[in-house]
Design a protein around this ligand. Sequence first.
Ligand code: HEC
Ligand code: HEC
Length: 337
Amino acid sequence: MFGLFFKAEVYSDFINRSPDVLELKEQEQRAINFLRSRYQRPLQYSPDLTEKEGSKIHLGKKLFFDPRLSNHNKISCSSCHNPQKGWGDDLPRGVGFSDETLLRRTPSLWNVGWGKRFFWDGRATALEGQVVGPLFSKKEMNAVPFETFMDRLKFKAPEYENLFEKAFRTKQAFTLRNLTLAIAEFEKTIVSDRTVFDEFIEGNDQALTLQQKRGFLLFNSSRTQCSSCHSTWRFTEDAFHDTGILADNRSPDFGRGGFYRDSKWNFHFKVSSLRDVSSRKFFMHDGSFSTLEAVIDFYNRGGDVDRSKERNVASQIRPLGLSEEEKEFLKYFLQTL
Ligand code: HEC
Ligand code: HEC
């Protein structure tokens, strides 16, 4: 893996160069051309989407935005995953059924159709299976009791029966399983827009400024190793790491370790996608940072925990020694996604 990083030499004199040098060195340009193939957007619109528009997606969309799915008719999926807020809620942590603050930040749903593991601890492996989590969680939509959920929905929203039959082209289609399939089908249409970064990756050298290109090179360098975790066009492959975020002493969130009940995985959280990252108001699973600068500073100081204290922090997390200028380049680059 590390062989793929560009040698630190590329940067050694780059740090000392005056900021008014207007172009990249030949070596840097070659590095960029090489990196392009790793960040190509997939050609298909969305992964295994059976129909691009169509009645199943239409049904899933209606369900996603419908508060009648919740016990008290007040919360829909979109209350927390709001398209106007980048499919998140702009809060440090989600707020659920009885205005109670949840343990973790609501993740954006951009490109979730390509996801391999869902939730910060990866406890769901399929989008279809994930839906029942928030629906029946007492702290989220609290659509209990589970057994009578579909009957209650039919009573509250009789128009659905017909829509289910149309979408699934059979009678008796009004089932919980089909509800989850339709919502998942809609979620697969939540695809982040093409940005100047994609234009740049597809070959237009002018699409990014010099500073953004330098940020891109730094992101892929052996100095920062950002791309060892944030890889591919989504900037994640849904792996889990401990990045050294301070845990709450009184009630620590063990992340993947809590799910596996294996301390080796304690404090490991899913690598966040960085698409559209600059529009977020809070960052990390616990919403502990509120600016991109603060996140970059966090990485630059090598995380916040004492490694000797039973933490299994990833080896890439160590003081990076970035200059103020380099931190800005990273930020400018992240803003292109
Ligand atoms: C009360 C706020 C709230 C509501 C309502 C809600 N979610 Fe979420 N959602 C969250 C939070 C918080 C997480 C992260 C939880 C965790 O990782 O433990 C999450 C995680 C997810 C994920 C995983 C994303 C990823 O990248 O891992 C998906 C998909 C999702 N929600 C879809 C839905 C759907 C579909 C509904 C409606 C049935 C819904 N959510 C309702 C707050 C909410
Ligand atoms: C060892 C793997 C790893 C490395 C290296 C790494 N990250 Fe991360 N990154 C993660 C994980 C895991 C998270 C989520 C952490 C959490 O919430 O607990 C994350 C979260 C983030 C976030 C917050 C996104 C959000 O929506 O909350 C940003 C921004 C980010 N990383 C940028 C970077 C940059 C820039 C670098 C290089 C300086 C970098 N990362 C290096 C694994 C890594």
